[in-house]
Design a protein around this ligand. Structure first.
Ligand SMILES: NC(=O)C1=CN([C@@H]2O[C@H](COP(=O)(O)OP(=O)(O)OC[C@H]3O[C@@H](n4cnc5c(N)ncnc54)[C@H](OP(=O)(O)O)[C@@H]3O)[C@@H](O)[C@H]2O)C=CC1
Ligand SMILES: Nc1nc(=O)c2c([nH]1)NC[C@@H]1CN(c3ccc(C(=O)N[C@@H](CCC(=O)O)C(=O)O)cc3)C=[N+]21
Length: 300
């Protein structure tokens, strides 16, 4: 069996098209342009690539993009002053601070400083709590993207056995919450999980968000399962020339694709969905801030 490839890149492109028409309507009818502010502290090369992609996509769908690049030695006070200013700015509907940040700054405190209504990353405790208690929240972009791909693939998720590998606040936990809300039977595996391969073998749905290149092997996967690979790992690729690298996921794609029913590739799977969902969350935040009806099909 060779798995169907879940084309996140194409799905995300369709989504960006829908977002662009929502944005055009907001401009035409209400004279409001959704705005996204992205903060980058320091010069992590990977983060710079993501931030550049985010800005490009934001502008392409007709929204305003505000990029704030701060030096690595930015003080907590200066960063908070910027966040306070963005919180108060009516032209800014979404705020994202790219992680990781330098060690002298606290991710938890940064997130707490962002107005929950503008927290398009869904990381504020208020949004995490709303999601966990089944209420309307801002949902983290990557988990939202995973859910959309799964619903598109399977239709109804009710009663499926789902195993989420990873328990971060950014990915693992909110993915598990969303799957639970769709009535999956959810298991969260992590670095202390005993017999993880056995646990994963019971899954109709596997979501891997570990950060370990190609850890999940084909013989961990139940025949026909749907595999969502969140991992983004850069590994050496000497076959492409000296010093070259390539991106791989947390799943060993070649062996998993032989048993899975469907699988997301890396790149071209979850990554582009994350960016599309970030734009979607910004439109949603803009509509909520202004009391406009919620855009359809952009939230889960
Ligand atoms: N495609 C996209 O858009 C995005 C991709 N990513 C990628 O997804 C991956 C995960 O990101 P993130 O959640 O932020 O990472 P974190 O490092 O915050 O979390 C990783 C999780 O994996 C678990 N883990 C680590 N080693 C093992 C192991 N050997 N067996 C089982 N579980 C293990 C950890 O367990 P424990 O808690 O016990 O330590 C932890 O819960 C990364 O590759 C990241 O680059 C992230 C965000 C967006
Ligand atoms: N506050 C915060 N929120 C995040 O959501 C967040 C973050 N910090 N820090 C880093 C991770 C990682 N992340 C990705 C986004 C897009 C791609 C993406 O577009 N990937 C493309 C390929 C990109 C490439 O070629 O490098 C793909 O998979 O096809 C990947 C990873 C968001 N993250």
């Amino acid at each position: 069996m060779t798995a169907q490839v879940i084309d996140g890149k194409a799905f995300a492109a369709t989504m960006r098209g829908k977002i662009a028409s929502h944005v055009a309507r907001l401009k035409e009818v209400h004279h409001v342009t959704p705005g996204l502010a992205v903060i980058l502290v320091g010069q992590d090369p990977a983060s710079e690539v993501y931030v550049r992609n985010k800005n490009k996509s934001t502008v392409e769908v007709g929204m305003n993009s505000y990029e704030h690049k701060l030096p690595a030695d930015t003080s907590e006070a200066d960063l908070y002053a910027l966040i306070d200013q963005l919180n108060a700015d009516p032209a800014v509907h979404g705020i994202l601070c790219q992680f990781p940040v330098p060690d002298h700054l606290s991710e938890r405190d940064i997130v707490a400083r962002i107005d929950p209504a503008k927290d398009v990353d869904g990381l504020h405790v208020l949004n995490a709590g709303l999601l966990a208690s089944g209420q309307r929240a801002m949902v983290s972009c990557t988990p939202l993207g995973c859910l959309m791909l799964l619903r598109d693939q399977l239709g109804n998720l009710s009663g499926k056995n789902a195993v989420v590998i990873g328990r971060s606040n950014l990915v693992g936990k909110p993915v598990a919450q969303l799957l639970l809300r769709d009535s999956c039977t959810v298991t969260i595996a992590h670095s202390r999980t005993a017999n993880i391969e056995e646990v994963v073998r019971g899954a109709d749905i596997v979501v891997a968000a570990v950060g370990r290149a190609e850890m999940v092997k084909g013989d961990w996967i139940k025949k026909g399962a749907v595999v969502i690979d969140v991992g983004i790992n850069r590994i050496p690729a000497p076959e492409r020339g000296e010093g070259k690298t390539r991106l791989v996921g947390d799943v060993d794609y070649a062996s998993a694709a032989e048993v899975a029913g469907a699988i997301t590739p890396v790149p071209g799977g979850v990554g582009p969905m994350t960016i599309a969902c970030l734009l979607a969350n910004t439109v949603t935040a803009c509509c909520r801030a202004n009391g406009f009806p919620e855009p359809e099909g952009l939230t889960a």
